[in-house]
Design a protein around this ligand. Structure first.
Ligand code: NAD
Length: 353
């Protein structure tokens, strides 16, 4: 076997600091020498954000956060950063909040300290996303990679079980898609395998004991591994599909991933036996799909796109919008017919097997 590949490791400090976000963020502010921080947190997240940043040099708290970062929302945040002459962005919240901090960093070069409160994983990637009308644009830029991440599992205790499950499966989707995404390599596959193993162990514990810290920590660690794999491997078929569904029909990000994933795995697994074997090994099951479906049943995961606001008559439009972005390297050949079948199955919540 010849081992030839290129792998880029993104540089950022990661602190796992359950119960100590405040101290960990303070240490980062000190290291960066910041004197005027802009705290970004959605309205429901500002209480937590203020507790975490109490006593730090905060110039303003910005709570105008909207999912998928609409361009006018990004513009307002950039204007606020300029008006207050800030030198650091501290984001406390889910992927939408991290996304807004990234939109500001993209044009200003300001450093970000990210304190995630979901399993979305945006904090570990150099990918930004902006939405204009119904079109979501993403790009890669070194400026948007947070300088530091502070993971504090105690912040996850308020994340409702349903959202935790959907968000955890979003992280799992990063792992599964990383197995065949365009730039995947053996390091990504190893990280993704360990991410699956950790998420599959942690998420049932979150469901059984939502106020317990251990399951939350385990899931958060898995979500980080997942995001690192995804950042390196790039978007595979699953992410291309969800990207269109989220941006074009305004579907909720994490539940959409949770519904679509088994259908993509069912399509790709027969054409990617090595990846499937690795996924199955991580779940401890015979096939990857068997493991994923058992986990989804255990978590009572979202099942159908029709429950998320996607209409049956939107399927043909979605097929047309997704097809041009299907990665050439996708293991299974994707035709308009197979994509339509996949979307119909996801729409009605059919058994992917
Ligand atoms: P989100 O940030 O929109 O959060 C979902 C909801 O959960 C919100 O109402 C939020 O206020 C609430 N919430 C968050 N943390 C909470 C907590 N601890 N307790 C209680 N409520 C809490 O959703 P998300 O799934 O985290 O992120 C989705 C966005 O992130 C999408 O726009 C997606 O495109 C983006 N994303 C980007 C990347 C990337 O690499 N750029 C990766 C993953 C996701």
């Amino acid at each position: 076997m010849t081992l030839r590949f290129e792998h880029e490791t993104l540089g950022q400090r990661v602190r796992f600091a359950s119960g100590s976000a405040r101290e960990a963020v303070a240490a980062e502010v000190e290291l960066l020498g910041a004197t005027r921080a802009m705290v970004i947190a959605s309205r429901s997240e500002t209480g937590q954000a203020e507790r975490i940043t109490a006593g730090l040099p905060v110039a303003l708290v910005h709570d105008d956060v909207v999912m998928h970062v609409p361009v006018p929302v990004a513009e307002r945040a950039r204007a606020a950063a300029a008006e207050h002459d800030v030198d650091l962005l501290i984001s406390v919240g889910g992927g939408s909040t991290t996304g807004l901090a990234k939109a500001v960093a993209l044009t200003t070069g300001l450093p970000i300290v990210a304190v995630p409160t979901t399993y979305a994983g945006s904090e570990a990637t150099n990918v930004w996303g902006l939405t204009e009308g119904a079109k979501k644009t993403t790009g890669v830029d070194a400026r948007v990679l947070p300088r530091a991440i502070v993971y504090d599992a105690s912040l996850m205790l308020t994340l409702p079980v349903g959202l935790s499950v959907a968000s955890g499966l979003n992280a799992l989707a990063h792992c599964v898609d990383s197995m065949w995404a365009p730039r995947t390599d053996p390091i990504d596959a190893a990280l993704a395998g360990e991410g699956i193993r950790t998420l599959a162990a942690g998420l049932p514990r979150v469901v059984d004991d939502p106020s317990g810290l251990e399951g939350r920590e385990e899931a958060l660690y898995g979500a980080y591994l997942a995001a690192v794999a995804f950042a390196s491997a790039g978007s595979g078929l699953h992410h291309k599909i969800c990207h269109v569904l989220g941006g074009r029909y305004d579907l909720p990000h994490a539940p959409t991933h949770a519904v679509v994933l088994p259908h993509v795995l069912a399509l790709n697994a027969p054409a990617a036996p090595e990846a499937d074997e690795r996924i199955a090994r991580a779940f401890g099951t015979e096939t990857g799909l068997e493991g994923l479906e058992a986990l989804r049943a255990r978590l009572d995961a979202p099942r159908a796109l029709r429950d998320l606001g996607f209409e049956e008559d939107q399927i043909p439009d979605a097929v047309e919008a997704i097809l041009p972005s299907v990665p050439e390297s996708n293991p299974a050949r994707v035709t308009p017919e197979s994509l339509e079948r996949l979307l119909r199955g996801a729409w009605e919540g059919a058994d992917p097997r």
